[in-house]
Design a protein. Sequence first.
Length: 626
Amino acid sequence: MSEAPGSRAGSMFGPYHLKRALGSGGMGEVYEAEHTVKGWTVAVKLMSEQFSNDPVFRERMKREARTAGRLQEPHVVPIHDYGELEGQLYLEMRLIQGINLDTLLKRYGPLTPPRAVPIITQIASALDAAHTADVMHRDIKPPNILVTPNDFAYLVDFGIASAKTDEKLTQLGAPVGTWKYMAPERFSNVEPDFRADIYSLACVLYECLTGTPPYPSDNAGVLVSNHMMDPIPRPSLARSGIPKAFDDVVARGMAKKPTDRYDSAGDLALAAHEALSTPDQDQAVNILRTSTEATLPRWMGTSPPVQNQPPAPVPQPGPTRPAYRPQPPQPAEQPNWARASGPIPPANRPGPVPAQGSDGWAGPSPSGPLPQHFGGPSPSGPVPQQFSAPPPSGPLPQQFSGQMPWNQHQPQPPRKRWPIIAGVVALVVAIAVAAIVIAMSNGDNNNPVHAQTTTTSRTTTTTTTTTTTTTTPPTTTTTTPEALDRLMRTLPTGYAAGVCTPQTEPMKGAVVSVKCGQNTDTNGPPIAAYGLYTDVKGVQDAFTAFMGTIQLQSCPGGGASPGKWWHKADPNTVLGQIACGVYKGSQPQVMWSNEQSLVVSVVGGPTQGGQGPNLDALYQWWTGHS
């Protein structure tokens, strides 16, 4: 298939070789591209000249990158990088082999209820994460939902998302989002809140079930009237075979008054799950589980036992249901995208690659730092079973780690979070979420500690304990893009977009390393470096080498330097080593290793004129960011 006229496929854009067009819209074009310097394939979104030159749009695009980075959730596609080249704004995202929901519905028709609900469930998870961070998406619609061949769903395009704390931007003189999915309050002077996104998600649920939007008019005036005054359509009347229980789900999700809607997107998803028949609930669970399993990264290998993990909440729709075995797939000429009911293909079966000009998209894969939680001297005793693998970064993007604004502190959830994913895929999601999204709180158990010396003099000894470490992670064979994703996921909070950049020459022995500028959290270091290694021995060797570059001192409070450290919540599991000292006679440094994530971290103090945190301040920062 030839490229459309005006396509830049085949040309160079800075370091990117634009291989093929993936899609286009009013804001610009998306290309599959090869980064010729880093050697990986990504998706690059090029903004049109009109928008690149618009100051309002520039601010919106910056916010898209920052917003995506804030959301540590597997179903959010964040941003690898963004900036300006040749006078044109661009976003670099991880390439997703998938199709957008709008194309899927137009190409293959409505989804069966047990297939529609898992997709809505996954997007609800992404939305609840956004709402917890006080971010509205504002543009929930089928084109902004990507679906992989295994039905793993992603929410994309936070370019017009509006954080509650941000000043409202003028949207280039036009309403934001697609009117067919906009809540009634969006057409009034009432300031919309997160419930406008819930309304839009209910509209998408209706379209998944019926194949058409709830109000299909193409006339803007008619749509405004529809959303504000017309009765809410019933999906069971629009298409046969849809349980009537979905009428109530859609009616509440699309209630004209925001206060009459569900309290969270997850509540909407849970209600949709409970609207399914008993066999369809089992099939929906199957689809959700299989889509998650298919998206787990290869390096995780066999899922570790989860008997020591806290049980996930399970929705209780009613009495115990009889066992149900999904029926064989129905004969169809449709590809994997369009399966109507039957089981999902095996996780190791490669999905079809979008044809040229299709809706394949790109998305990064950041996920937040993996905050550690530790406590006092490690007592002897058996070591609880732990996940020894580093944070996932699979072939299909989880959350980006290569983005820059990722690990930002998340406020307390303003409303209850939905339990549906944890309930229906407790086994799989417990593994994925435990490895990807461990949120940091401010309690005492969140502060790392390490073995303390009995003197305050300079020392290289540690206390002797019977503490053992977790099982050594397998040597990783992660490719460079995946390795960078993994490393970025482990970075501490407090790094703004663009502050952390890959080093051309990684730390000695590291697969990949990044150098970071000022961390904006309290007592944050002005300079830092983080490196990812292939195995525990590499981590230990690197830590020993770094210790040789500083004049060792006891860490503040009498902490051994070097010494072992662990989570206060799990003092039986030593995570690595920590050392404190002075570099070049005046610059305080704190360095630590994490033998679970296979990362070595070095943070430094003043860089110019003595400005910056001293050793006590750096150590205090470490206690909340390791």
